[in-house]
Ligand binder design. Structure first.
Ligand SMILES: C[S@@+](CC[C@H](N)C(=O)[O-])C[C@H]1O[C@@H](n2cnc3c(N)ncnc32)[C@H](O)[C@@H]1O
Length: 245
């Protein structure tokens, strides 16, 4: 099933329907999204006011939800894929079926906007960034992670990672990858001072995980690979930025 992308065009959203049963499998085709969700949630501080709103653009099946537990946000997710949203709802997310480039929510409604592994899937990532920034209240926080538009990223994230069991084949179209400097500039144009840093799975944890996968063993709870900072943003990077007043 993780080969759905071999039968469909790269980045075709129908892949997410074919892979619907994989979202919440910790060792399934979306395993790395679980690791990234934990790292993204670590960038989100506890809410500072009752009823604070976190808008999760491209929320998928709501993998961010368990990592936000106890932080005090209402978690609203926006996604194109209904089969994923149905699972997000089951994990406490309020779902909006729609395009991250045209979100039916009011300006400045969000205390936090998250865009995890979304921008590299959107044909017009600039439109999605404009929406993310529009939704943020002054002082609100944008957190995201995405793939850089570099030759190294195309090699690592497509040619290598899509051969590993933690990433579905064909899920990425490298033509959509997002240059980190262009992303920072675009956020600045919309009033958000974005800082980026490279991230990657920690090597010992990743090797242990691959070894367990090769033996057909499950990952014990709490033993999944960690996402750690790395010096280069050339492949995978996180961004964190605050909207100016
Ligand atoms: C790689 S998954 C990431 C899901 C989630 N953010 C996570 O990290 O678990 C990409 C998600 O973006 C959604 N998506 C792709 N293009 C979109 C768009 N233009 N608007 C809203 N969602 C989109 C897909 O349906 C999919 O659920």
């Amino acid at each position: 099933m993780r080969d759905a992308g071999l039968r469909l065009p790269r980045n075709d959203p129908r892949q997410y329907d074919e892979l619907a049963g994989e979202w919440w499998q910790p060792d399934g085709a979306f395993a790395m999204l679980h690791w990234l969700a934990q790292a993204r949630a670590a960038l989100v501080p506890p809410a500072v006011r009752p009823g604070a709103l976190l808008v999760d653009l491209g929320c998928g099946a709501g993998l961010l939800a368990p990592h936000l537990a106890g932080k005090g946000y209402r978690h609203v997710g926006v996604d194109l894929t209904r089969s994923a949203l149905a699972q997000a709802v089951a994990h406490g997310v309020t779902a909006i079926n729609g395009d991250a480039a045209a979100v039916p929510l009011t300006d400045g409604c969000a205390d936090v906007v998250a865009a995890g592994e979304l921008l590299e899937h959107v044909p017009d990532w600039r439109a999605a960034v404009a929406e993310a920034c529009r939704l943020l209240r002054p002082g609100g926080l944008l957190v995201l992670d995405t793939l850089n538009d570099t030759a190294l990223s195309r090699l690592v994230a497509v040619r290598i990672a899509e051969r590993l069991p933690a990433v579905p084949r064909g899920i990425h179209d490298p033509r959509l990858f997002v240059d980190d400097r262009e992303l920072v500039a675009e956020c600045a144009r919309h009033g958000v001072d974005l800082r980026v840093r490279g991230v990657r799975p920690g090597v010992p944890g990743l090797l242990r995980w691959l070894f367990r996968q090769a033996r057909g063993a499950r990952t014990p709870v709490g033993r999944a690979p960690r996402i750690v900072p790395t010096r280069s943003t050339a492949v995978l990077y996180q961004g964190r930025g605050v909207r100016g007043g």
